[in-house]
Each structure stands twice: as structure tokens, then as C-alpha cells.
Design a binder for this molecule. Sequence first.
Ligand code: ZN
Length: 677
Amino acid sequence: MTTANPLLNPTPLVDYDQVMPEHVLPAIEQVIAEHEAGLQRIIEAQEALPTWDDLVLAVDALDARLQGVFYSIVPLMFRDEAWQTQVHACFGLVDVRFKQKLKNARLHALYRRLADSELGVNLDAHRRSTLAQALEEFRQAGALLDDADQDRLVQLEAQIRELEGLFAANIGRSVEHSAIHLTDGQRLGEVPQRLRDEMAQKAKAASLTGWLIACEEAACKAILEHASDRDLRQQVYKAYHTRGWDAEAGHDNEPVLERLAKARHEKARLLGFANHMELSLRTKSAGSVERVHEFLDDLARRVSPMMQRWQAGLRRTASDMGLTDVQPWDLDYLQAMGRRATQALSVERFREFYPLGRVVEALRDLARQLFGLTLNPYEAVGAWDPSVSTFEVVQDHAVIGYLYLDLVERPGKQSGSVFTSYVWNRRIDAEGIYHGAVAIVFSDTSAGLEGAPPLLDPLALRKLFHEFGHALHHLLVRTSNHVLSDVRRFGTDGVEVSGKLLERWACNAAYLASISSHVENGGVLTEAQVQSVLASQETGVRECAENLSRALFDLDLHQAPDDGRTIHERAEASYAKVSRWPMAGFEKPMHAFDYLISGYDAGYYAYLWSDVRAFDLFSRFEREGLLDAAAGRALQEDFFAHGTARSLAESIETFLGRPVSATSYLRGLGLNDTGGE
Ligand SMILES: [Zn+2]
């Protein structure tokens, strides 16, 4: 008996009400088999004369279906464990299938022949760019290597995966073993009640009385900012900044990271690149290793004096309090003390003015005013959870795609799930049929207590606007094939620009005041009130310096991993270059730098790079109006619409009417620009 599998029938969206756990794996297995057989058919049929429609668009259709079915399945992992097991089983399978495709020398040869043929050289610019991108992808996957080198590549890739897994596992072990148990509540000082309650809950869950401080960012940050107990701050700081290292248990991420960097280096060399950094930049927007160096060095040169001034100021504040030997575990506390004095409104109170429903309305309104988009609630099919909203996206009376918003934490949804999934890329198939874009925005807004609406604090607002920016970029692309419409192909530095850009609205006091509406009485905040809260959250130059030193370290490690210097020496050099506060003797700052194993290796600079561009793009809206329709349309026409058909730099320059400048970004940090970039 065959029953229709709803995951294989998106018209255009999956009806999740019809999906059962037993549909998941068979759907992926079937679509993988179709992909494999389909490619084989294409290869055989195209052997005589490869053409645009029957090679490129036919492969596009297969890739789109595999991607679409897979990303339709991903949200199901946020149901319960039975679903998670099913979805996790699919991850590896899809990854392997795409890798196999790109290692297929016969398929690569057909793309090559088409590109070099008379037909190929006379294709229009978009199609030539598509072919060039596809060929580059084959090269990076090793399709051009001989059998022995292909085998070595497979070995190296397995080794890299294993080392990445070990690095993550070592961090996980430290986190698990380093929670700090307190029985004296006095020691928590001014830690906000909500966080204290969470700590008490964690203790209870571990059958303890009192409070348990987990070795994770939010809890550690709360202690470092609010606990006047200096010993406790030191204890927490040490636990957090030695993650990935445990002398007793013999876990040490330093040799793991060294081996990982060397394996990546060898892989890059095998593929014909000088180092892993050079390989990584082939799929990014920055252009060249030299360009990234220049960018980081220039920023370091300007940020370093500012950091020195900040350090001197902090030492003065400390000395006024009788503290002469300021240590790294005092910095957050001292900084927070200074801010508390000027804050007009608590973050807890601020949240009451941003109930989720109101904020989603504001996002829809922003999309309408800037881009003429209408987001109509779409209820024809069920989503994977009742809290998810589905919208049909209309522009100029045409449905251009669909958007899901899955924004609230719930049991089963992994904490910290903040990302955007690009389910279907916009494309026009060989029959001329239009396929719209589908995006899913995930965020981790805390659920409201006892049925009350979820409320957003400044960070939750930023996260939501950021992801909404990614979704808008994906929906507003106007290119016609699966490759050019894939904004991920800008690389992490390029794709982040749209997210960082929309974040600017969520950091603008006037805009936030204009969308505030108290959850109970609809009351509003003034711009000054919002400004005081935003200022209290601002990490400014210190965060920039931290990101800079990490980016410099990443660049250094992945450019010259075998020059004999240790991880610690590299870390110290990166700290010195941006005048970061010197490390404590026990500190192991790179042992838990997990961005190096989550796709940001040889690419951590992307955060700063995209921030500089986002601030610059936003400066036009600051000048012309935050809801200015002409500036919005220009952003779509000059930037979003082109997909990857032209370089990010060109699109940004067209929108700005000049090359990118770091001035707006530096001004945002409170720096006076001293020329350059
Ligand atoms: Zn992002």
C-alpha cells in the first residue's frame, strides 16, 4: 500500500497537520534517490551536447527539490524527541548527497563544456555568472582531483569533522562539570529576580537547595555584572574562561585546535590554495586575504587608542572605589555600576512595551512602507506548531513567496535557536513556471508567563529584526535561477549584511519609541526613555575590540598554522593589537571559541565586516527617513534584487553612490573618525 507523503507534496507549502514522524526519513530517502537517479539521467542525456535548459536548469530543479524538502523537515526537530531523532537522521544524508554531486567529475565536465562552448560564451551575463559559480563549487569540492587526491580529501574531511566534534565535546564537558552551587543568596548581590529564579530552578532540578550558576553566557554575565562578591565573580569568570580545558580529566582544546587548523591547511593545499583562509574567501564577499588584513588592521589601529582611554577611565572609577588591582572579573561590574546611575527605565519595565504581537505588526508595517510588501496571514495549511505564524508575501499584486515566523521558546525547541532557513529559492524553471521563495525565521523569545503574551527586551528585538532582514533579502531577490537566488552564496560576510542592517532599526531609539505599546494599556515610551535603556545595553568599543582580536586570531591561525607559534601566543598577540584588557594567568580564551567549528572558521571577521556595511547602508535611511519608501525601493533595486548575480560591493556602492566607509560604524562606537577605509 502506498500513502501519499505530505512532505513530498508542497503546493507550495507543506501541510504540517498531515505529517507524521514516519513520513520524515522516507521523504528524504526518496528525494535523495530521485536526486541521484535524476543526475545520472541528465549526465547521460547531456553527454552529446550540454545545454542551459537541460543541464543547468534541470540540475537546478533537482537541487531545489532536495533543499526544499530537507528545509521543510528541519522545523520538525523543534517538536519532541521522537521527531528530533527522525530529523537528525536526515542531516548527514543530505549533506553526503550534495557532496557526492560536487565530486562528480562527469557532471563537472558537462558544466565545463557548456561554459566553454559557443553556446556558453554567448550566454547572457547572469547565466555566465551562474556557470562560473557552479564550476568554482565543483573545484572546491575536489571534482578536479585525481583518485588518490580525492581519497586523501575524504580522509581529511573525516578528520576535520572528528576534530570539530572533539572540540565541541570538550567544551560541553567543561560546561557540565563547572556549574557553581551557592547556598547563600546574599552572594548573588543585585542579580535580577528572574535570573535568580532560574538559578534556583536549576538547583532544584539537580536535587540541590539554593542556586546553581550554570557555566553559560547569560548566567555568568549576570554574576559578573551584578555580584558585588568579588570572589564569586572570580570563580565564575575562571569557570567560564577555561571551558574546553580540564587538567584533571585530561581535556585540552589547544592541541585539538592545532591539529584542526593543520588538517584544514592540508585540505586547502590539496585543492590548490595557499592556505585555508584563501580557500574560505573563495566563497565570501571580501575578495582577498589582503583585503581582510587591511580591513582588520585599519579597524585595530582606530579602536586601540579608544580601548586605552576606556581602560584608563575604568581604572579611575575603580580607584575612586578603593580598588587598585582591577582584574578581568571586575570589568563588567565596574561598567554596569556606571550605567545604573543613568538608566531611566529597567529592562524588565522596557519589555512590557514590546509584546510580540505588536512587534510583528511593526515588522509587517516596516516591510510595507519600505518595500511595498503585504504580509497576509495564510491559514490554508497547518504549520509545525500552533505558535508559528504563516504569511503569504505579496508585492505589486503578485504573490512572491511565503514567510513563517517561529519566534517563541517552547519545550522541545532547542534554546538559542535563532536563525533563518531558506527553504525554497526563487526560480523560474525550464517550462517558464515561477517558483516563489519560502523563508522561516526562528528566534528564541521567552514565552510569556501563564498565558501572558511574550515580551521582547532589547536583545530579543535585535535578534528578531536581524533574522527578519535575512528573510527580506531572500524574499526580495529577483534573479531567475536557484543558484543566483541563493543569498548564502555571498558567504557569511555578505549574507550577514542584511541581518545587521535590519538590526539598526531595533537599535534606533526614535523608531523603537514609535512602535512601543504597553502590553496592558497601550502606553508608549519616549525616545529619551528608550535611549537610556539602549545605552545601558551598549557594549560598544569593548565588544568591537573583542571581536577584532578573535578575527585577528582566526586569520592568523588559518593563514599560517604551522609556523611554530602556540595557540596562546597567537591569542596574546591578538589581544595586544587591539589593546584588550590583559588576560588573567589561567585564561584560555580560544579553548571555547566555538565559532571556529560552526562555519565561521577563517571567516570570523564577517561580523565586523558586515556591521561596517550595515551601518553605512543605514546612514542613508537616517538621512532620508527610517520609513522612506524611496530609500526602501532603492535598497531592493540596487542591492537585494540582484541576488548573487553581481558582487555585494557593487550592489552596496550603487545604493550608496560611493564606496563603503567605516565612518558610520565608528561613530556608532563613539569614535571620531580619523579618515581611512
Ligand atoms: Zn545573521
